[in-house]
Design a protein around this ligand. Structure first.
Ligand code: HEM
Length: 568
């Protein structure tokens, strides 16, 4: 199709333009014609520009969807207004597997098809994750320009080798958090810390009245800080920072907007200042020397490449967010899904009892129960499947990539698509996770058995530990016929979340411990209501609830004096 035919076919009111142009000389004076034509030109450019861009687009590019009322700005406002839901809104109208949105002077490519997501996340040589997130990170943690220069150096191997701070740090994090002895050691410390904290939270017949989210926040922040950052971590040295971290987390978008944040985002901005100061102290006083290998190596890399102690401290803020920012809301939803459904709770209690070992403590005065997390992964398919299903329905964080080299992608059943250098890609996890064509007619509903396979030979979900024990039913990575790129809770490709193995152990262990230790009810002793998901925010992590439920937590009857432990 020639450019001319494409222009003719575009959604442009040619008759209106022709009428205005041909009638204005007869209706207006010379000076009036000039003003009129000027106004007309501005209006035309403004209103039809995206249609013209669409007509001149390379036919192999993902089709451009012009905004119906407000070119250049309309889609940007839509994304801010509707958050991750915006791709769903656009997709419902167009049903394209991949499309382009003009966002100011840039192009955002929305990917709705998991078949096309697969080659995109594989093309790590022509796309960049860091190219998209570094500017956001700079604003989030308050990096200065000299640090950004160090961080940006050879970011995507553009100098032909794999050196540089980000490359070294990425490879180190991926290696330390991969299945193996270091990860096992970190996970074991974390599980022991969870048990130590929970044993003291609602002891004996005491009742703990608390917001369910605050309960998870408190335990996860203290335990993760201890496990990853060591006994002299900033939260142990300054306990008031636990609340401040979450004050910051709640206002990250406002801080990131960076419009006089000391006024427009005062609470999160002040909270960040306090945490950053404590992180700087953590580096300057060398408290990281007693932290996990992950932090010891990370700080060493950052200092070696020339970050100041202050900036090396700031750098930890983004990792802290990576460690607890997703794990906390995920655990909240996992608990909410289980405690709001008495049948599921009963089944999970029964199933996890297989992984509980009973004994007596050293002086034989109290009963001790130990939950083995390796057994949870291999013998408790319902627990594992509920975890994965929980993540499927709350994981709407788009995988973002910047196209660094113009290239084609292809996938079975689709034409080849041209992705041009400079375009920003967003693989729309939220849309893919709830697509009926991918997950079946019940795609939008919670089905805790979705990831259970009835065959004994199916792929085991547990990858990091010895999966010697097989159950009759096993939790599978994916239900039959669902392509692997359709499960996007942890992203995909070379930057797939390196913390996913750690997250799985800590979350399965924590939830199994809670269901075995506690009854969790609403204020009147009844079953808690499942809160509504807030899917209208710009997501930086998995979805949050619209309202955080208040709950009452107490030890299960007959179990009041048991000492609980978790082991890997
Ligand atoms: C349920 C919990 C978690 C979820 C849902 C989650 C999700 C994600 C997602 C979606 C990404 C982006 C990947 C992409 O765009 O392809 C990511 C990256 C990352 N996550 Fe996680 N995450 C979780 C827990 C953790 C934990 C516990 C850690 C650390 C111990 C961690 C460390 C990281 C890091 C360092 C990255 C950046 C990867 C890179 O630079 O290559 N995450 N995570």
């Amino acid at each position: 199709m020639s450019y001319f035919s494409r222009l003719r076919a575009a959604n442009i009111p040619w008759l209106y333009h022709f009428t205005v142009l041909s009638c204005s000389p007869f209706l207006l004076h010379i000076s009036g014609i000039r003003t009129c034509l000027l106004l007309y030109m501005i209006l035309t450019i403004a209103l039809d520009a995206e249609e013209v861009l669409k007509a001149f687009q390379d036919p192999s590019e993902p089709p451009l969807i012009p905004h119906p009322y407000l070119p250049f700005l309309g889609h940007v406002i839509g994304m801010f207004w509707h958050g991750a839901k915006y791709f769903d809104i656009v997709n419902r109208k167009t049903q394209y597997p991949i499309f382009t949105l003009q966002t100011l002077n840039a192009r955002t490519i929305g990917v709705i098809s998991p078949q096309l997501a697969a080659p995109i996340q594989r093309a790590s040589k022509s796309t960049s994750f860091y190219g998209m997130i570094l500017e956001v990170t700079k604003r989030l943690v308050d990096f200065d320009e000299p640090s950004m220069k160090i961080i940006r150096w050879n970011l995507d191997d553009e100098l032909g080798h794999h050196e540089g701070l980000m490359n070294e740090s990425h490879d180190m994090v991926a290696s330390v958090l991969s299945p193996g002895p270091i990860l096992n050691q970190i996970s074991s410390t974390q599980l022991e810390k969870f048990a130590e904290l929970l044993n003291t939270m609602a002891p004996g017949s005491n009742l703990l009245s608390i917001s369910l989210m605050d309960f998870v926040k408190r335990v996860f922040t203290i335990a993760n800080a201890f496990t990853i950052y060591g006994p002299q971590n900033p939260f142990a040295m300054h306990p008031e920072l636990v609340q401040k971290f979450w004050d910051y987390e709640a206002g990250m978008i406002k801080v990131m907007a960076d419009i006089v944040p000391s006024i427009t985002a005062r609470k999160p901005w002040l909270a960040r200042k306090a945490i950053n100061a404590a992180l700087q102290e953590f580096i300057e006083k060398e408290h990281y020397r007693s932290a996990s290998p992950l932090i010891q190596k990370r700080v060493a890399i950052n200092l070696k490449h020339g970050l100041t102690t202050q900036m090396a401290g700031h750098a930890e803020l983004i990792l802290l967010f990576g460690i607890i920012g997703n794990a906390v809301p995920t655990t909240f939803w996992f608990l909410a899904n289980v405690y709001s459904n008495p049948d599921l709770l009963e089944q999970i209690r029964k199933e996890t009892s297989q992984a509980v070992l009973c004994s007596r403590n050293s002086d034989k005065s109290r009963k001790e129960k130990v939950i083995n997390v390796t057994k949870l992964k291999t013998m408790c398919p319902l627990l594992v499947s509920t975890y994965r299903e929980t993540l499927r329905l709350i994981g709407n964080l788009a995988s973002v990539r910047l196209v660094t080299n113009t290239h084609y992608i292809s996938a079975p059943g689709h034409p080849s698509y041209l992705l041009k250098k400079g375009s920003m890609i967003q693989i729309a996890a939220g849309v893919i996770h709830t697509s009926e064509s991918v997950w079946g007619a019940d795609a939008k509903t919670f089905n805790p058995t979705r990831f259970i396979s009835s065959t004994t030979s199916s792929e085991q979900f547990s990858s990091e530990t010895d999966a010697g024990v097989t159950a009759e039913k096993t939790a599978t990575q994916l239900p039959k016929n669902v392509p692997s790129a359709a499960y996007r809770a942890f992203g995909g490709g070379s930057v797939i979340c390196p913390g996913r193995h750690f997250a799985q152990s800590e979350i399965l262990g924590f939830v199994a411990l809670c269901v075995n230790m506690f009854d969790v009810t609403d204020g009147n002793g009844g079953v808690i209501d499942l809160p509504e998901k807030d899917d209208g925010r710009i997501p930086l992590s998995v979805m949050k609830p619209v309202k955080e439920p208040q709950v009452v937590i107490k030890r299960r009857e007959g179990e009041e004096d048991v000492i609980w432990r978790l082991e890997l």
